[in-house]
Design a protein around this ligand. Structure first.
Ligand code: NDP
Length: 400
């Protein structure tokens, strides 16, 4: 029988919800492009409830226990005395969410000889040392597409929020003011701007589609070009390099995975190539941007604004400079864990577990590493290597 260790974020500070703001979720039949939503044989949770926190347990307990497996759920994931460290030694499966990642470094993998499956309840498996997983023959899988549209909505919100100066204007209302001039001296229209995405995968393309009606000029960089038909439909300009694209954009949004090729992509040099006063929105991964270079670019005015929900490490230490830098619109890592998204990724997690225990193949769409190599979507979108370096700093959140 398997031991499953599941790391989830804490319940709300005022307790697990007894009721919700809405009674139902809209019915979504397929993802854009036709990929089917998760197809588990059954689920033991109610759609639209909080599944991603400790008490929600991704709705997995009764399923796993009915098969005789052991489920350990914890939010205590960082530092040598954490519950995660203590439970890892005999775990066969680790489930983690990118929002509150259980960093599976090479050292931790070495201390988990029984570990066979690292399952990401969400998208983005950079919290796993993929190189170590490849070498140890561990399968890494994620629930591709489960929250791509959720994130694309967040990106559009953040672009509008920055360009129109929403957050400071909201704060004037809360402070009792009516300071119109203070609000508008940094407020612009998005209409007519040049907006570019680094990567036009599921999220990047969904952002482009959502921005089209704003009458902006759309740009993208990706290693694989979109079809001529899509380029024409959205009137897209493709750029052969990120540098070429950022030079001409007023707004840049980052939508590629974090892997060795993209780590630190937005460093001082890349930021200096952007137009003065450009906006940067990063909901992909914190480590794609150089932390201190972003702060300096905001302070100097090279960037007019930075927003996103991804940090490194997570949770971000309380003194992380992105919490206090000027002109930012940061949130905790939430864009892909709306209640709508949770319903999909909890079902996808269940689907992957059913396949695992019934010895059926996991969909190619979900595989990142399998059989000692990058596999499925992982073989297309990731490069081998490790992006977990420095993750032990996450323990500082607990200590501070
Ligand atoms: P997709 O796999 O659909 O898209 C990823 C795209 O990135 C692909 O088009 C891929 O290109 C491209 N890419 C890979 N490497 C590079 C590179 N070196 N330079 C430029 N482009 C590159 O994934 P999604 O769009 O669904 O998600 C993208 C990322 O967003 C995830 O990996 C995750 O890190 C993040 N994310 C964040 C969430 C949040 O809550 N904030 C939730 C979900 C995802 P190609 O395949 O053409 O090689």
């Amino acid at each position: 029988m398997a031991k499953v260790v599941c790391v989830l974020y804490d319940d709300p500070i005022d307790g697990y919800p007894q009721s919700y703001a809405r009674d139902d979720l809209p019915e979504i039949k397929t993802y854009p492009g036709g990929q089917t939503l998760p197809t588990p044989k059954a689920v033991d949770f109610q759609a639209g409830t909080l599944l991603g926190s400790v008490s929600g347990e991704l709705g997995l307990r009764s399923y796993l226990e009915s098969l005789g497996h052991t489920l350990v759920v914890t939010s205590d994931k960082d530092g040598p005395d954490s519950v995660f460290e203590k439970e890892l030694h005999d775990a066969e499966i680790v489930i983690s969410q990118p929002f509150w990642p259980a960093y599976l470094t090479a050292e931790r993998i070495a201390r988990a000889p029984n570990l066979k499956l690292a399952l990401t309840a969400g998208i983005g498996s950079d919290h796993v040392d993929l190189q170590a997983a490849i070498e140890r023959g561990i399968t890494v899988a994620e629930v591709t597409y489960c929250n791509s549209i959720s994130v694309s909505e967040h990106v559009v919100m953040m672009i509008l929020g920055l360009v129109r100066n929403y957050i400071p204007s909201y704060q004037w209302v809360v402070k009792g003011g009516w300071n119109i001039a203070d609000c508008v001296t940094r407020s612009y229209d998005v209409e007519g701007m040049h907006v570019g995405t680094v990567a036009a995968g599921r999220i990047g393309l969904a952002v482009l589609r959502r921005l089209k009606p704003f009458d902006v000029h759309l740009h993208y960089f990706d290693r694989h070009r979109l079809s001529e038909e899509v380029e024409k439909e959205l009137n897209l300009t493709w750029h052969a390099t990120v540098e070429d694209m950022v030079k001409v954009c007023d707004v840049v949004t980052i939508n590629c995975p974090l892997h060795p090729e993209t780590e630190n992509l937005f460093d001082e040099k890349m930021l200096s190539k952007m137009k003065r006063g450009a906006y940067l929105v990063n909901t992909a991964r914190g480590k794609i941007c150089d932390r201190d270079a972003i702060v300096r670019a905001l302070e100097s005015g090279q960037l007019a604004g930075y927003a996103g929900d991804v940090w490194f490490p997570q949770p971000a230490p309380r003194d992380h400079p992105w919490r206090t830098m000027p002109h930012h619109g940061m949130t905790p890592h939430i864009s892909g864990t709306s209640l709508s998204a949770q319903t999909r990724y909890a079902a996808g997690t269940r689907e992957i577990l059913e396949c695992w225990f019934e010895k059926r193949p996991i969909r190619d769409d979900y595989l990142i590493v399998d059989g000692g190599k990058l596999a499925g979507v992982g073989a297309r979108s990731y490069s081998a290597g490790n992006a977990t370096g420095g993750s032990e700093e996450a323990a500082r959140f607990k200590i501070a």
